[in-house]
Write a protein that binds this ligand. Structure first.
Ligand code: LLP
Length: 444
């Protein structure tokens, strides 16, 4: 079995340098914390590029494969540049994500627009900027998109998002492919949608089917199960309507290792199984090889990211837990609160003879009892001013961050070859009020 980057807990370049401090990308994390302040998101370029290579190699035996990055995991201009440079396209789900990849100079024909309630304005923008594919989620959207396309005298290239009826073992909030899901057409509705496209919606051109089962999945059957259903549907639609579909998009979903208890599958194993299944089902159902798209998000960017926090107050509750509070929490990482997600952490400024000697709860700084980053972790004794590194925060942390308690969002730096570059500036207090308006009548 070949190991892939998503199976690591820490960025590939993580190590301890000669001063005893943790380093990533050749950068001393204490120095980064001093230079840029904390909380600080740190992204390791080498790890991002390594996982991109894993995906490309793992699926290389299939002749027509295209990788897209699900930018919802972390949609930042510099990250977009790296993924574009690695030959990835982009799955986007909002005007904001479309605009970000557009401004980063991406060839918009490599972009897919996805989502269960795209607005008139968002669809119009997608058409104006030449987004390559729109994955249509429902009947309302089919009609709306056709109307917009007609008014612009354009033909739009679409996929149909379908709900394949596959359950996976992940948190229920991040399952999407099961039958009673808010996403996509039920299998029983596909024929009606196709009839509308072929007979009424003349400004829509359908190329294929799109599905996504869920996220943070550890089962290796994630893609083979989908492939069976999608290929079978394509063959059936050809027979029934003479419709030649030649694209399938399998979505994302491969899991990552947040703690030592997680055992995510190798991308290489998943690639082998998927490619085998593609060859087998194409033959079984007698269709031409479709072009296959994958759109991983978490597994591309999660492992590359860590968050640095400064330790503040510590509190031993009599007969209770020991709480160690850091200067961030639920606003920069809402995942523990939302999904009971577990994280691992390590002290950055290691001291002589440091060994885990006590079990503590890492608490956030926000005014909520539920703002706990790590409920239980064994660490060396932490003191005020120590820097804590929480691993695997590259995905769905910054992209889900908020300004709760009116706290500024952290900065993000990209590290590589001992160099660190700011890729998101820390918000300022003025940023926090920059969109606010006091009506004149209140100032009198
Ligand atoms: N494609 C589609 C259509 C999706 O809905 C998603 C994720 C992906 C691709 C990427 O899936 P990934 O490879 O990242 O698993 N906020 C949650 C995750 C929500 C995922 C939503 N859809 C979390 O923090 O766990």
């Amino acid at each position: 079995m070949t190991t892939s980057t998503n199976q690591f807990l820490k960025p590939l370049t993580t190590g301890v340098n000669s001063t005893g401090n943790l380093e990533i990308g050749g950068c001393d994390l204490v120095e980064l914390a001093e230079k840029y302040g904390t909380p600080l998101y740190v992204l390791d370029e080498e790890t991002i590029r390594a996982v991109c290579r894993d995906y490309k190699k793992a699926f290389a035996k299939y002749p027509k494969i295209h990788m897209m990055y699900a930018s919802k995991a972390l949609c930042v201009s510099a990250v977009t540049k790296i993924l574009d440079n690695e030959g990835f396209g982009f799955d986007t789900v909002s005007a904001g994500e479309i605009y970000t990849v557009y401004k980063a100079g991406v060839d918009m024909s490599h972009v897919l627009f996805n989502g269960n309630n795209k607005s008139f304005d968002e669809l119009s923008l997608a058409l104006e900027l030449g987004v390559g594919r729109i994955s249509v989620d429902n009947f309302f959207e089919l009609a709306l998109l056709n109307e917009i396309a007609q008014s612009k005298n354009k033909t739009v290239d679409i996929l149909l998002r379908i709900t394949p009826g596959i359950e996976c073992h992940t948190h229920e909030y991040i399952q999407t492919g099961h039958l009673d899901s808010k996403f996509g057409f039920d299998l029983t509705q596909i024929d009606e949608a196709v009839e509308l496209i072929l007979n009424e919606y003349k400004n829509l051109k359908i190329h294929g089917l799109h599905a996504h089962i869920g996220s943070q999945i550890f089962e290796t059957s994630i893609y083979p199960d989908e492939i069976e259903i999608l290929v079978k549907e394509i063959a059936r639609l050809d027979k029934k309507f003479g419709l030649k579909l030649d694209e399938i998009n399998l979505g994302g979903g491969i899991g990552v290792k947040y703690t030592d208890f997680d055992n995510p599958p190798s991308i290489y194993d998943i690639g082998n199984l998927a490619v085998e299944k593609l060859f087998e089902s194409v033959e079984k159902y007698g269709i031409d090889f479709p072009t296959v798209f994958l759109e991983p998000g978490r597994s591309i960017i999660s492992t590359a990211g860590v968050t640095l926090y400064t330790v503040g107050s510590s509190k031993q509750v009599p007969h209770g837990k020991k709480y160690v509070a850091v200067d961030g929490g639920m606003a920069d990482n809402p995942r523990p609160g939302m999904y009971q997600a577990m994280y691992s952490a390590e002290i950055v400024n290691k001291k002589e003879g440091d060994v885990p000697c006590e079990t503590v709860t890492i608490a956030g700084r926000y005014c909520e009892s539920g703002d706990i980053l790590i409920p239980e972790i064994d660490l060396p004794q932490l003191c005020e001013g120590d820097i804590l590194c929480v691993y695997n925060t590259g995905a769905y942390n910054y992209s889900m961050a908020s300004n709760y308690n009116k706290v500024t969002k952290p900065a993000m730096v990209l590290v590589n070859n001992s160099q660190s570059d700011i890729i998101i500036n820390r918000e300022t207090l003025d940023d926090l009020i920059s969109k606010e308006v006091i009506p004149n009548r209140l100032t009198k």
